[in-house]
Ligand binder design. Structure first.
Ligand code: HEM
Length: 396
């Protein structure tokens, strides 16, 4: 049903989980919706607004007073189950909990982590190199962030298969687990570590965050669970999706591989530009006040979907947005791949470092690679769009 305050001209049928053509090209599937209107209402998934123009996506992302993050997703039920800290909080409460999380992920810790991330990436590359082919998503993109997360929370890599199953359910749910079961499985996995770190803090990420008081008070067990769950779910499929898109770009543009191999000092700028060009995260908000935008009114209670892709690839926001230009030298704060405003990704520094290390290690270890002939690349939509299959080949 379309609410009375939504003009008929703004009504579309666009399923964010399955936009037409998403299997072939996530970005093109979204761009088909960018018709300059600014805001449309889709009847799919219970009905919600979608911001479709770059300026509107960004302005609504910044409007944390009137657009709450409590819902987590436009799909009913997910937010109630997950209760992420700090992602689903607003205002002063959000700030109070975000501060210790930011401190735990501060850049000096990210810098200190780099050698371990390098070691993980190097080992994975060394295993793949002689094979002369791989399915990049399963063989690399999904494994690297998992191993890094385990290293950060100081847990043996032997736990990888268990956590990988959870990661796969989150990224590519096969219907075998409900959202509630997924949350429970994550909590069951994380709890022994949380309990130990709360009792006797070490040097790991959870210990660092949980040792920081929240406005002078210690973390409660419930808040600690919600925060650790947020970090687990926030840092796995996002990084995997990003690395997948970066690898896809390089496979399609061998000249960029050659350039970065010849001039590795370009890699940090290349990482920033590739992250701008291939944004795959979209966020949801629930309006807590009326917001007049672009000739329509988002009413308090409405849900709004903000796809980063329609900001970063809008020619009114970025010059030649589809072109990858390593000399573009934009501040990463200008694009919305990592969000904007109060909730901007607390893992941004870590995510950037992971992409840089991936580029450095992969390009050093794997010779010129290409898409495997006759094996299609497939993608998926949803809150984190991603390649689901990326078959690559190279000759030693
Ligand atoms: C390329 C990889 C990543 C991308 C594209 C990404 C994207 C985002 C975006 C768009 C937001 C804003 C959400 C919103 O406005 O509702 C966000 C927030 C967040 N991200 Fe990331 N992220 C990445 C990696 C990570 C990593 C590695 C971690 C941690 C280990 C992480 C943890 C979080 C958390 C906890 C928040 C919530 C911040 C808040 O609400 O204040 N992310 N991320």
């Amino acid at each position: 049903m379309v609410p009375a305050h939504v003009p008929h001209a703004r009504v579309v049928d666009f399923d964010i989980f399955d936009p037409p053509g998403v299997e072939q090209d996530y970005f093109a599937a979204w761009q088909a919706l960018a018709d300059g209107q600014g805001l449309v209402w889709t009847r799919s998934n219970g009905g919600h607004w979608i911001a479709t123009r770059g300026d509107v996506v960004r302005a609504l992302w910044m409007d944390a007073d009137r657009l709450s993050s409590a819902c987590l997703a436009v799909t009913p039920g997910l937010g109630e189950v997950m209760q992420f800290i700090p992602l689903q909080q607003d205002g002063a409460e959000h700030k109070a909990y975000r501060t210790p999380v930011m401190k735990g992920l501060a850049s000096r810790f990210v810098v200190a982590m780099e050698p371990q991330v390098e070691a993980v990436a190097r080992e994975l590359c060394a295993g793949l190199r002689p094979r002369q082919a791989c399915e990049f998503v399963a063989d690399f993109a999904e494994i690297l962030p998992l191993n890094i997360f385990l290293t950060m929370i100081d847990v043996p890599l032997e736990d990888r298969p268990r956590l990988r199953r959870l990661g796969a359910q989150l990224t590519r749910p096969d219907g075998s687990m409900t959202v509630e079961q997924l949350k429970q499985a994550a909590d069951d996995y994380l709890w022994p570590f949380i309990e130990k770190r709360m009792a006797a803090p070490g040097e790991d990420l959870f210990s660092r965050i949980l040792a920081e008081p929240v406005e002078g008070r210690p973390w409660t067990v419930e808040a600690a669970r919600r925060m650790c769950r947020n970090l687990l779910f926030g840092g796995l499929d996002t990084v995997a999706a990003m690395i997948g898109m970066v690898a896809l770009h390089l496979a399609r543009h061998p000249q960029d591989q050659d350039l970065l191999r010849a001039q590795p000092d370009l890699i940090p700028a290349a990482a920033d530009e590739l992250m701008r060009r291939y944004p795959t995260v979209s966020v949801s908000r629930n309006a807590v006040a009326d917001v007049a935008v672009d000739g329509v009114t988002i009413r308090a209670g409405d849900l709004v979907y903000l796809p980063s892709v329609l900001h970063n690839l809008d020619p009114a926001c970025f010059d030649r947005p589809e072109e990858v230009d390593f000399a573009r030298s934009l501040s990463p704060m200008r694009h919305t791949t990592l969000g904007a405003g109060a909730h901007r990704c607390v893992g941004a520094g870590l995510a950037r470092m992971e992409v840089i290390v991936f580029l450095r290690e992969w390009l050093a270890a794997i010779p010129r690679f290409a898409l495997a002939p006759d094996q299609p690349v497939t993608m998926k939509g949803g809150n984190v769009g991603a390649c689901t299959r990326l078959p690559l080949v190279w000759t030693a």
